[in-house]
Design a binder for this molecule. Structure first.
Ligand code: ADP
Ligand code: MG
Length: 728
C-alpha cells in the first residue's frame, strides 16, 4: 500500500499525480474515488445542462464530417455523438480528432457551449474506448476528480493496473474493519469494496462499496475518539470536592436571582464530577441566554475552594473582558484578595489577553504562576507556553465552536495532572457533530431559559426589493431608543482599510474567521462596513441618537471603554462587527439590525440575535439583505427568521455550509481521511460505528488487539486529525 506510484505508473505520470492531486502511494490512488459514473442513456439529461458547465459524457460517434474553413486556413471537423437517448455536436479545428470513426464509443469531456441553439463541445478531451478495453461494455464508467494534466482516464488506467489481479490486491490490503464487525453490519471486505467502487458492474455494487468505505472512515474516526477517551480515563486528575463556607457559598449568596432548575441540575452534575479524581470532560450546551456563565462560575468557585485554579477561555478579547468584569462584580471583595479592600478569604480574578501591555501581562502571569489568582480569564493568550499555573484544576472553554481539540489539549497540558474540562456552547450541535467533532466529551444540556424573558422575534428586510422597509427599520430603532432601550447594528466589515492591508474582518482573536458566505461571486459590491454605516446613520436616519462604533481594529482599552459605555447606557446605538457575536451581555439592548445578513452564516446569525434576547423586554432582530426573497439566500434568511429552535438552525447550518468545512478539507485535495462520510445523511452509520469503536477500544488490550485498525488510526497524521476534528 505504501508503494510509491512511480513504480506503478511510471515516473512522469507519478510526478504530475503527486503535484496536482497529492497522490503519492498506491493507497492514495486506491482511495481516490470516482466522483461519479458515466452511463449510457445519460445524454437525455443534457437538456438540463447550462452553457459553461463542465461535463463528461459517454457516447458513440454517429457522424464525422470535415471541411475547409471559409474565414481562415485549416480544416473544421464536426462530430455528432449520441448515446441512444440524446446527441450533441463536437467541433474541432485542425485536430487529430478528425480521426474519430463512426461506431466508436468514447468519453468526451468539455465545457458546454451553444451554437445556433444546439449544445456543443468545442475541442473536448476525447478518450476513445478501444476494442481491447472492456470498459465500454460496462454499464458504469468511473469519472475521477482530475486535474489539468491528469485526466480522468489516465487515473482510470492507473487504477486498472492495480485492480487487474484482485487476489494479490486482497492480500496486499490490510482491512481495518475486523471481520466480526463486518459480519454484524453486512459489510463487504475492503478489496471487494475497492473493486466495486472503481470498476462497478452495477449501481448496487457502488452502493455496497460506499456503505463499506464510509464505515472505514467512521470507524477510524470513532476509534481515534474512543482511544482518547480511554487514555483520558486512565490518567487520574485531582479531586476538587465541594467545601462549604468558601467562595461558592459566597457566590450563591451574591447572585441577584435564583437558579433555574436546569442550572441547578447541571450544577450538581458538575459538582459531583469535580469531586472525583477522574477528570471531568464535559460539553455544556445551552441556548443563547440560558445562563451558562453562572454555571461555570459556580464550578470554578468549587475548584478554588478546593485549593486549585480555574481558567476561563473566551474566543474574543471583548468577551474575555466582559467575563472578567462580571465575575469581579459578582465576587465583589472576594475577588480582590490581596488588595486593600479585598477579602483575604477570597481570591483574585485576573485577565490575560494577547494585546495587554507587557507590564500588565507580566503581572497577570506572575499571579497565575504563584497561585494568588484563583480565577484566570483570557483569550488564546492563555495557551502560550510562557503562561504557567501553580495548580490548574479546571479549564472552562466558552463558546467552543472556536476552540478545537488541540487547543483543549494545550490547556490540559498546563496542569501537573490533567485538569477537569468544561466546554460551553450556545451553538446547538447536531447529534452527528456531537459524535464526531466533540466525540471525546460527555454532554449536558440547559434547555430552560431564565423566567421572564421577553423573547426575540426576527424579520427579513429585503432592502433591494423594498427600500421603504429599511426606513421602517431605522424608525423602529428610534422608537426603541425613545422607550429607553438600546440597539446594535452589525456589519460584515470594518471598512476604511488602505490598500487592502490590515484587518478588515473581525474574527475570534488569533483564529481564522469563518469564511463569510459570499456565494463566491466577485462582482458583488463589497460588504457594508462599520465605519461607513455609522457615518451614514449619524448623518441620516439616526442623527438624533448617540451612535458609536466597535470593532477589532480598536485598541483593547478603547474597545473595553466603548463596551462599558454601551453597558452603562451612555451609547444608544452600537455599530459593530461580529465582535459582539458571542456572549456579549447588555440586557437593555433590544433591537439588532444586521446589515448584509446574507454574508453571515446561520449559526452566526443565531448567535448575533442572542444579544437582544437577554432581558425582560422583547427583542427584535432585523436581517437586512439585498438578496431577492425568492433566492436561495433569501430563503435561508427567511428560515433563520422563522425559528429560534437552535437544533433546527444547526441542521440548516450544516446543510448550507459545505460539509467539507465541518469534517475536513475533502474537496481541497488535502488528505483529510473523510471522503464519503456525510454528517447529514450518515447519522445512523456514525452512531453504529461509535458503538463498535468503543467496544473495540475498551475491550482487552484495546487497539493493540486490532493492528490493522490501529495502523489506520495512526495513519491519520496529527495534522489531519486536528483538521477534521476542529472544523466546526
Ligand atoms: P449564555 O448561556 O448565553 O452564556 P449568560 O450566562 O450570559 O447566557 O446569561 C444571560 C443573562 O441571564 C445574564 O444577564 C445573566 O445574568 C442572566 N441569568 C443567568 N441565570 C439567570 C437566572 N437563573 N435568572 C435570571 N437571570 C439569569
Ligand atoms: Mg455565554
Amino acid at each position: 500500500m505504501d508503494t510509491p506510484l512511480s513504480r506503478v505508473v511510471g515516473p512522469k505520470t507519478a510526478k504530475v499525480m503527486a503535484e496536482q492531486l497529492a497522490l503519492h502511494t498506491v493507497r492514495d490512488l486506491l482511495r481516490h474515488y470516482p466522483r461519479r459514473y458515466a452511463r449510457r442513456g445519460e445524454m437525455t439529461r443534457l437538456g438540463d445542462l447550462e452553457v459553461g458547465d463542465r461535463v463528461t459524457v459517454l457516447a458513440q460517434v454517429k457522424k464525422v464530417s470535415s471541411r475547409p474553413m471559409r474565414q481562415r486556413r485549416g480544416i473544421l471537423t464536426e462530430v455528432t455523438v449520441g448515446d441512444g437517448a440524446g446527441s450533441m455536436r463536437l467541433v474541432f479545428f485542425n485536430s487529430k480528432h478528425a480521426h474519430l470513426a463512426v461506431g466508436e464509443w468514447g468519453l468526451f469531456a468539455g465545457t458546454v457551449g451553444k451554437w445556433h441553439g444546439d449544445l456543443q463541445f468545442t475541442h473536448p478531451d476525447c478518450h476513445v474506448i478501444t476494442g481491447d478495453d472492456d470498459d465500454w461494455a460496462r454499464a458504469l464508467v468511473p469519472i475521477y476528480p482530475a486535474s489539468k494534466d491528469v485526466s480522468s482516464w489516465v487515473i482510470q488506467k492507473s487504477v486498472k493496473l492495480l485492480m487487474d489481479d484482485p487476489r494479490s490486491l486482497a492480500e496486499a490490503l490490510d482491512d481495518p474493519i475486523p471481520e466480526p464487525v463486518r459480519d454484524r453490519h453486512g459489510l463487504v471486505a475492503l478489496a471487494t469494496a475497492l473493486l466495486y467502487k472503481h470498476r462497478p458492474e452495477s449501481a448496487a455494487q457502488v452502493e455496497f462499496a460506499d456503505e463499506r468505505l464510509k464505515w472505514d472512515e467512521a470507524l477510524v474516526l470513532q476509534a481515534t475518539l474512543a482511544a482518547r477517551r480511554r487514555a483520558a480515563a486512565l490518567e487520574p486528575g485531582i479531586a476538587r470536592p465541594r467545601r462549604s463556607g468558601g467562595l461558592l457559598d459566597a457566590v450563591d449568596a451574591a447572585l441577584p436571582f435564583s437558579l433555574t432548575g436546569g442550572q441547578r441540575d447541571v450544577g450538581e452534575e458538575l459538582a459531583a464530577e469535580l469531586s472525583e479524581e477522574q477528570p471531568m470532560n464535559r460539553l455544556l450546551q445551552g441556548e443563547v441566554g440560558s445562563g451558562k456563565t453562572v454555571v461555570a462560575l459556580r464550578a470554578m468557585a468549587q475548584v478554588v475552594d478546593a485549593g486549585g485554579q480555574a481558567a476561563l477561555l473566551a474566543p474574543t478579547e471583548v468577551l474575555a473582558a466582559q467575563h472578567a468584569r462580571s465575575l469581579a462584580a459578582i465576587l465583589g471583595p472576594l475577588g480582590r484578595a490581596g488588595e486593600l479592600d479585598g477579602d483575604p478569604a477570597g481570591t483574585r480574578v485576573v485577565l490575560l489577553t494577547g494585546s495587554q501591555k507587557a507590564a500588565a501581562r507580566r503581572e497577570a502571569r506572575a499571579a497565575v504562576a504563584d497561585g494568588s489568582a484563583g480565577i484566570v480569564v483570557g483569550t488564546h493568550a492563555l495557551l502560550q507556553e510562557d503562561v504557567e499555573f501553580a495548580d490548574l484544576g479546571l479549564v472552562v472553554v466558552d463558546e467552543q465552536h472556536r476552540f478545537g481539540v488541540e487547543q483543549r489539549d494545550a490547556l490540559r497540558a498546563k496542569g501537573a495532572r490533567p485538569p477537569h474540562v468544561l466546554v460551553m456552547t450556545a451553538t446547538p450541535i447536531p447529534r452527528t457533530v456531537a459524535m464526531t467533532v466533540y466525540g471525546d466529551l460527555e454532554t449536558s444540556t440547559l434547555r430552560q431559559l431564565p423566567a421572564g424573558r421577553g423573547g426575540v422575534s426576527s424579520a427579513v428586510v429585503p432592502a433591494g426589493e423594498k427600500p421603504a422597509w429599511l426606513d421602517r427599520a431605522w424608525q423602529r430603532v428610534r422608537e426603541e431608543v425613545a422607550a429607553g432601550r438600546q440597539a446594535y447594528v452589525v456589519c460584515p466589515r470594518i471598512g476604511d482599510v488602505e490598500g487592502g492591508s490590515g484587518k478588515d474582518e473581525d474574527g475570534p482573536d488569533d483564529a481564522d474567521a469563518p469564511p463569510p458566505e459570499t456565494g463566491g461571486s466577485s462582482d458583488r459590491r463589497p460588504p457594508l462596513a462599520v465605519l461607513d454605516v455609522a457615518e451614514a446613520l449619524r448623518a441620516g436616519p439616526l442623527s438624533s441618537l448617540r451612535v458609536e462604533v466597535l470593532h477589532g481594529r480598536m485598541a483593547p482599552e478603547d474597545k473595553e471603554a466603548r463596551m462599558r459605555a454601551f453597558a452603562a447606557g451612555e451609547v444608544d446605538v452600537l455599530v459593530a462587527t461580529t465582535v459582539v457575536e458571542v456572549g456579549v451581555d447588555v440586557p437593555n439592548a433590544t433591537v439588532m439590525v444586521v446589515m448584509d445578513a446574507d454574508r453571515f452564516g446561520v449559526s452566526q446569525l443565531h448567535q448575533l440575535r442572542g444579544r437582544v434576547a437577554r432581558g425582560q423586554h422583547a427583542g427584535l432582530c432585523l436581517l437586512v439583505t439585498e438578496a431577492p426573497t425568492s433566492s436561495a439566500t433569501g430563503q435561508r434568511l427567511t428560515a433563520v427568521a422563522a425559528t429560534t429552535d437552535g437544533f433546527e438552525l444547526a441542521r440548516l447550518d450544516l446543510e448550507t455550509r459545505r460539509e467539507g468545512d465541518v469534517l475536513g478539507a475533502a474537496q481541497s485535495g488535502r488528505r483529510s481521511g473523510v471522503r464519503l462520510l456525510s454528517l447529514l445523511d450518515d447519522e445512523q452509520l456514525i452512531a453504529e460505528a461509535r458503538v463498535e469503536a468503543t467496544r473495540l477500544v475498551e475491550a482487552g488490550r484495546g487497539l493493540a488487539d486490532h493492528p490493522e485498525l490501529a495502523a489506520a488510526v495512526a495513519a491519520l497524521s496529527l495534522d489531519e486529525r486536528a483538521e477534521y476534528l476542529e472544523k466546526a
